[in-house]
Design a protein around this ligand. Structure first.
Ligand SMILES: [Zn+2]
Length: 178
């Protein structure tokens, strides 16, 4: 495998950077609570878990992470490595960071195009992850509702049993007086 470029070549490196911005929570629309209606018409209000970091109370906002294409960097190749069938280039005196052959270009606009492509793909992958998280949260809400409904049913049963017992005891205690 012959590297496309050599030590000393000046190349453009595709640059992709990562940033965050705050957005209104897509689940609770900033209200910090969600309402869940069960099929029998019961409605439940719960803290929004999508915008609550860890065990903290909900904030109504979420941090959205995304990648963006930055201006290509022009640098001189300082090292060429070939390992496991892949060519990697290092740049500058410190050889900091290695770049594969599809991240370095002779032409500046090619590097910019590649950066845009990488940024778009990485942002999309990240959003897919967010969608999965949202779906998991919906499942988890449904689980909580089911749990509370079971608890309520059990409480009702306990109450009925206690009431029956009280009545039974009552009749038993009264009986000798008759
Ligand atoms: Zn929320």
């Amino acid at each position: 495998m012959t590297p496309k470029f050599q030590i000393g070549d000046w190349l453009w490196i595709a640059q992709v950077h990562y940033t965050q911005k705050e957005e209104t929570c897509p689940i609770c629309a900033g209200y910090k609570v969600v309402y869940i209606r069960s099929t029998n018409g019961d409605e439940w209000e719960m803290d929004c878990r999508y915008c609550s970091p860890g065990y903290d109370p909900p904030t109504g906002v979420v941090k959205v992470e995304y990648e963006y294409a930055d201006k290509p960097l022009r640098k001189q190749v300082s090292g060429v490595q070939i390992s496991q069938g892949e060519v990697r280039y290092t740049f500058g005196h410190h050889h900091s960071g290695t770049y594969t052959e599809d991240e370095v270009f002779e032409d500046k606009s090619d590097a910019a195009d590649r950066a845009a492509e990488i940024a778009e793909k990485q942002t999309r992958d990240r959003q897919d992850g967010d969608e999965r998280r949202k779906a998991n949260d919906r499942k988890s809400y449904a689980w909580h509702v089911g749990y509370y409904q079971r608890q309520a049913k059990k409480a009702r049963k306990d109450y009925d049993r206690a009431l029956r017992k009280a009545r039974y005891m009552g009749t038993k205690v009264r009986k000798p007086k008759e």
